[in-house]
Write a protein that binds this ligand. Structure first.
Ligand code: ADP
Ligand code: MG
Length: 707
């Protein structure tokens, strides 16, 4: 079913009717809703409550706590509603009631503030029996409810909602309005084809989609609102199936049959092997062979190269690239930062100096220090096929760049990119093989949802002779000791990275922090030269800083997290990270991976601000205890959720509505099976279409449709 065209089936058209059709939604409200929720009924149905209150949870006025919600039956004893009064701004109306049934001796006052409260006379009359629901308060020892949410005569008891959802609000709409249109909306849900297999429905006792989505909005019991309820679980499974289907179809879209490449210049790789200054590890060799086999096989490659930080993925990429260009075609290496692009460019250029191969660096137009003319020339040469290897950042898939015959795209640090970029780059040629590399080892369950089913090569070992990095967790108050030991280390010839944290939402403050630290260290280590890198420098400044540090002219490189990924300066052996408690574990693991890249002993000092909670402290301790990126990533998943591990870009692709990977990850294998069944059976295309249409806002489904 690889050529499936996603088309909304007719029978679900009502899900895509405008919210303007709902009662109470006028032109103005519609505009607001369209902006904040989306244009269609389906968007409203996917607008989920953030919490729910149970109006009947508290049973008695005698045991209730302040500010909790209570619903109780009362009889009115006294009504005090002041006459309408012009001069006085606010009147206080007070209705004294007594509880009925077991609460018969408990007094409850109902209070209203307002200028004109005459209308209350219609509601409250002495002797009348009512049901009231609202927030309980104890005022001078008396029980009261101020402005109850609901008041009905006892015979209309059923009108008080049992469970009430709270929806996120925005300017121009209140809870009441949202609840009302949701109520309207859910009445319009059409009957929908069931796509789940009978076995699964039976096994989990799932209800149909319509019932499930209704129960989310109109729950009967507070347990219905639970992430683990059968309703929510079903919707989560649906979403995971849609995700798996789209991932699988995307793979088919990229992986087309191609003409076999013919090795024209096998010497290229052989000659390169002679230049490499070290022996490749077994795993590196194995990965290279797997990639090479793919490159010359019939199908387009989509492969992931996983290997912990420092395991040596770059050289595998370089050799794969040389294999690819050996038939005269082109290859690109896409990286997330300029620092990394420049580093890769310099090393591949020097390694291929003696080979007959043209390499170019391509950065974003505004970031490039090259004269515009040179950049245009490079672009032209890429188009003509005169340049075979192109290293660069996002600029590589800009519309302006055309390739003559691109056969391989390597994406380094995949977690910094999304599925979108992967598809975009593969569309830069007719049969582009894709190799994504990631140093963030991610748990299998996450890998499947975020990347789909890729072939995987792994590098499980570090180059021979690497020693484990010693990690210290130290309070900031011991800064002086740290400085002294760094002084000694510099005398010993060590190079030191000093990382200052990202101050969220404020790049400005961020820069102040890093600048301050830079000046401080400069003063402290007066006799040595110290460099600084951060995101706001221009390319030249930054390159100079890194160059100075690399060749040992400067001893300390003070940096923001711009050095987080890929930077390779083997002589650097000490990593200091300030305010380590603010970073994700996987992120620190990445940063720490900047050292330990030679056979010298390396260390990492994690400084934390004093008064760290014991949880935060034990979190940092995990890093001290293990160097295994996989274990660290799993811990991050538990502690911080999926977004942290996959990076914001990546997690954007799996911005699930119903799925919480913490809770629903056991549904992933089931979703995979269901997706497979649906795709393998041509009779099911209507179901697939329905499912994908319902989740059409999912990033990967948008891509499938070419959006
Ligand atoms: P990463 O997997 O984090 O991208 P790199 O490719 O940057 O790792 O490699 C880390 C360091 O190890 C680099 O300095 C690289 O030159 C070196 N290296 C890679 N492979 C080997 C090897 N087989 N033997 C020795 N050093 C190696
Ligand atoms: Mg790398």
């Amino acid at each position: 079913m690889s050529n499936l065209i996603i088309k909304r089936p007719d029978n679900i058209f009502r899900l895509f009717s405008s919210l303007g059709n709902l009662k109470g939604v006028g032109e103005k409200k519609l505009q607001l809703l369209e902006k904040k929720i989306g244009p269609y009924l389906i968007n409203l149905l996917f607008y989920l409550p953030t919490s729910s209150i149970d109006r009947f949870k508290n049973k008695s006025l005698k045991t209730i706590n302040n500010n909790e919600i209570i619903t109780c039956e009362v009889e009115v004893l006294e009504v005090n509603i002041p006459p309408y009064n012009f001069r006085k701004k606010v009147n206080i109306s007070k209705i004294i009631t007594f509880g009925l049934n077991e609460e018969s001796n408990v007094r409850l006052d109902i209070i209203y503030f307002g200028k004109n409260t005459q209308y209350l006379k219609n509601i409250y009359q002495v002797g009348k029996k009512l049901i009231v629901s609202g927030k309980f308060e104890s005022f001078n020892g008396l029980a009261q409810i101020v402005h109850p949410d609901y008041v009905f005569p006892i015979k209309e008891k059923h009108k008080v909602p049992k469970i009430e959802n709270k929806y996120p609000l925005f300017e121009g709409v209140n809870q009441k309005f949202i609840s009302k249109i949701i109520d309207e909306g859910q009445k319009r849900i059409p009957e929908i084809t069931e796509w789940l297999s009978e076995t699964i429905i039976k096994q989990y006792q799932f209800h149909d989609w319509k019932t499930s989505i209704r129960k989310i909005h109109i729950p009967e019991n507070i347990s219905d609102t639970n992430l683990n309820s059968v309703y929510r679980k079903r919707l989560a499974l649906d979403e995971l199936i849609a995700n798996q289907i789209s991932m699988s179809l995307l793979k088919n879209k990229i992986s087309k049959l191609q003409n076999k490449n013919i090795l024209k210049n096998s010497n290229l790789v052989n000659d390169f092997y002679k230049i490499i200054p070290f022996q490749l590890t077994e795993n590196q060799e194995k990965a290279i062979n797997e990639i090479k086999t793919d490159l010359f096989a019939k199908n387009t490659m989509i492969r992931m190269l996983q290997g912990d930080v420092g395991s040596g993925k770059t050289i595998v990429a370089f050799i794969s690239i040389l294999h690819a260009v050996s038939d005269g075609s082109q290859a690109v290496l896409l990286v997330p930062t300029e620092i990394l692009a420049i580093q890769h460019f310099n090393s591949i250029k020097s390694l291929t100096k003696t080979l007959k191969i043209k390499v170019a660096l391509l950065l974003g137009e505004s970031r490039s220090v090259e004269p515009k003319k040179n950049r245009l020339e490079t672009i032209e040469k890429i188009k003509q096929g005169e340049i075979q290897i192109i290293i660069g950042t996002h600029a590589l898939f800009s519309k302006k760049i055309q390739y003559k015959n691109l056969s391989l795209a390597v994406i380094d640090e995949q977690h910094r990119f999304g599925v979108k970029q992967r598809v975009e780059i593969s569309e830069k040629g007719t049969n582009v093989n894709v190799l994504v590399m990631t140093a963030t080892p991610i748990p299998r369950s996450l890998a499947l949802t975020a990347y789909g089913d890729m072939d995987i090569s792994s590098i499980r070992e570090k180059p021979i002779g690497r020693m484990p990095i010693k990690t210290y967790v130290t309070p900031q108050s011991k800064l002086e000791d740290v400085l002294l030991s760094i002084q000694r280390a510099i005398r010993n010839g060590d190079l030191i990275y000093w990382v200052c944290p990202l101050i969220e939402e404020s790049e400005g403050l961020d820069l102040i922090a890093v600048n301050e630290r830079f000046l401080f260290l400069k003063k402290y280590f007066r006799e040595y030269s110290i460099s600084l890198v951060h995101g706001k420098q221009n390319q030249e400044e930054r390159e100079k800083s890194i160059e100075d540090f690399k060749n040992g002219n400067s001893k300390i490189l003070v940096a923001t997290t711009v050095i987080e990924v890929g930077v390779d300066i083997p002589d650097a052996t000490i990593m200091v990270i300030e305010c380590a408690e603010r970073f994700g574990l996987a992120q620190i693991h990445q940063l720490r991976g900047r050292v330990g890249r030679s056979n010298k002993q390396s260390s990492c000092i994690l400084l934390y601000k004093s008064q760290l909670s014991s949880i935060a402290y034990s979190r940092l301790k995990i890093l001290k205890e293990t160097d295994d990126g996989f274990e660290i990533a799993e811990n991050d998943l538990i502690l911080r959720g999926a977004g942290e591990i996959l990076g914001s870009k990546q997690s954007g692709n799996i911005n699930f509505k119903f799925v919480d990977l913490h809770i629903h990850s056991d549904l992933i294998p089931i979703a995979r099976k269901e997706a497979e069944n649906l795709l393998n059976n041509n009779m099911q295309s209507h179901k697939v279409n329905t499912l994908l249409s319902i989740f059409e806002n999912n990033e990967s489904i948008k891509l499938l449709k070419g959006g």
